[in-house]
Design a protein around this ligand. Structure first.
Ligand code: URP
Ligand code: ZN
Ligand code: ZN
Length: 456
């Protein structure tokens, strides 16, 4: 078994920073402490930051949506992940209407197996709630799926309030959790129809037809359903100050609500939608980008520890795919890449701008998603017994994000030209150096992570 000793780094955890050596044996971390000695390959990581491998708990690879398929599959998506220090993704296995959950899960295993360069797990997105699906839930847990996503919007995916309530109640016996895409389908559907009827077909009408209150209303309703079920829940990709207020209100009412936001809602705003079509379409995602005041509220929430995870909702399309909506903004496939740039953006615009601390960065990108999604302490920690998933982060120097230097197959980047500080230098995945100095060293060694219950 090969031993590696990372010497002199600064280990970052939610508890703080600690100068410590890390000894890896095979796939595991076996010791963390000062002055470690061992018969091992010694790697000098002096003055570098050591993060637990980042987890992106919200990706969509190889997803069929809007009559097309995401540009990134598990091949390109997970290379992009590794280059961004992400050692585990939790992708959304997605049930088509009428499909068995076991078939949906199997589809996702086929998509990921042998192609994945980082470890991977699956949530199950449920689009059809019925007795057969109810009976399949136990088997999902046995196969490592302990979190379920529901949508309050999208014709192909939307569940009724009652179906969401029944799912929450059913999951309680297994200790599972429901995450929700919260947008009010009725209002948005009407606003979009009205816009098109008036000839308003440009991307600028995407945010205008999904106003903040449509997210806030849906969050309030989702959390009311959670109250009725007395079940813990997750609001995914929170984008608005108004929605955040609803989360605070529900918590005061005793609802156990966890919340995720994404870098695009912290760093980008809706002014991009007035750019020429190709540029504006890059940013069409749902919920849409919001106002600077929303960004501020979300950063404040992160600073106070009132949110739980920062994921990316990586869902990428090429410029050609986005052009399906050139004459009708409602046909633009929704989503943007993000898995590769999250860590450098959060380090540069979160930590270095003093909006969050380094320990918070480790919490939001590593430990919290590991706990919430039933992978801790195998994942999300640098401690003896954990998988040796480690990001060696060089804290100094400046570089610029470009699509050309990133690994997404979509050929575009929402942060094109944005400067960032430091960078992911080396990535260890279960003890193997899979990435170093811009080079992917070992592709396709990603493995499925059999998750347990969320640690709530
Ligand atoms: O626009 C987005 N976010 N696309 C991905 C699917 C989703 O709603 O999470
Ligand atoms: Zn969503
Ligand atoms: Zn998503």
């Amino acid at each position: 078994m090969s031993n590696i000793l990372l010497k002199g780094g600064i280990v970052v955890s939610p508890k703080g920073l600690k100068k410590a050596d890390v000894l890896i044996s095979g796939e595991k971390i076996v010791a963390v402490g000062r002055g470690l000695r061992a018969d091992a390959q010694v790697v000098d990581v002096g003055k570098k930051l050591l993060f637990p491998g980042f987890i992106d708990a919200h990706t969509h690879f190889d997803l069929e949506v809007s009559d097309t398929v995401t540009a990134d599959d598990f091949e390109s998506g997970t290379v992009s992940a590794i280059a961004g220090g992400v050692t585990t993704v939790v992708d959304f296995a997605t049930q088509n209407k009428g499909e068995r959950l076991s078939d949906a899960l199997n589809n996702w295993h086929v998509k990921a197996f042998g192609k994945s360069s980082c470890d991977y797990a699956f949530h199950m997105a449920i689009s059809d709630w019925n007795d057969d699906v109810r009976c399949e839930l136990e088997a999902m847990f046995e196969q490592g799926v302990s979190s379920f996503k529901v949508y309050m919007i999208y014709d192909a995916m939307q569940l009724s309030d009652r179906a969401i309530l029944e799912l929450m109640c059913e999951l309680k016996q297994y200790g599972g959790i429901v995450g929700c895409h919260c947008e009010n389908a009725g209002i948005i559907g009407k606003l979009r129809g009205d816009a098109l009827a008036r000839g308003n077909t440009a991307p600028a009408f995407h945010p205008q037809t999904r106003p903040s209150y449509t997210e806030a209303e849906a969050i309030r309703r989702f959390l009311t359903i959670a109250k009725a079920a007395d079940a813990p829940v997750i609001v995914v990709h929170l984008s608005t100050a108004e929605g955040y207020e609803e989360i605070l209100r529900a918590r005061k009412n005793g609802v156990r609500v966890f919340a995720e936001t994404c870098p695009q809602y912290l760093l980008l705003d809706d002014s991009v939608y007035t750019k020429p079509f190709d540029e504006a379409a890059k940013y069409v995602c749902s919920p849409p980008l919001r106002k600077r005041s929303d960004q501020k509220a979300l950063w404040d929430a992160l600073r106070r520890g009132a949110l739980d995870t920062i994921s990316t909702d990586h869902c990428s399309f090429t410029a050609d795919q986005k052009r399906a909506g050139a004459e009708d903004f409602t046909r633009i496939p929704n989503g943007m890449p993000g898995v590769e740039t999250r860590a450098v953006l959060m380090y540069t615009y979160g930590v270095k701008k003093k909006r969050i601390t380094l320990p918070q960065m480790a919490a939001y990108l590593s430990e919290n998603p590991a706990r919430l999604y039933g992978m801790y302490p195998k994942k999300g920690a640098i401690k003896a017994g954990s998988d040796a998933d480690i990001v060696v982060y060089e804290p100094n120097g400046f570089r610029t994000i470009t699509a050309a230097s990133c690994h997404s197959a979509c050929g575009a980047n929402p942060y094109e030209g944005v400067r960032y500080q430091g960078g992911v230098e080396t990535v260890y995945l279960r003890g193997t150096a899979v990435y170093h100095a811009g080079e992917l060293l070992r592709p396709h060694i990603g493995r499925y992570v059999l998750r347990g219950k969320p640690m709530l």
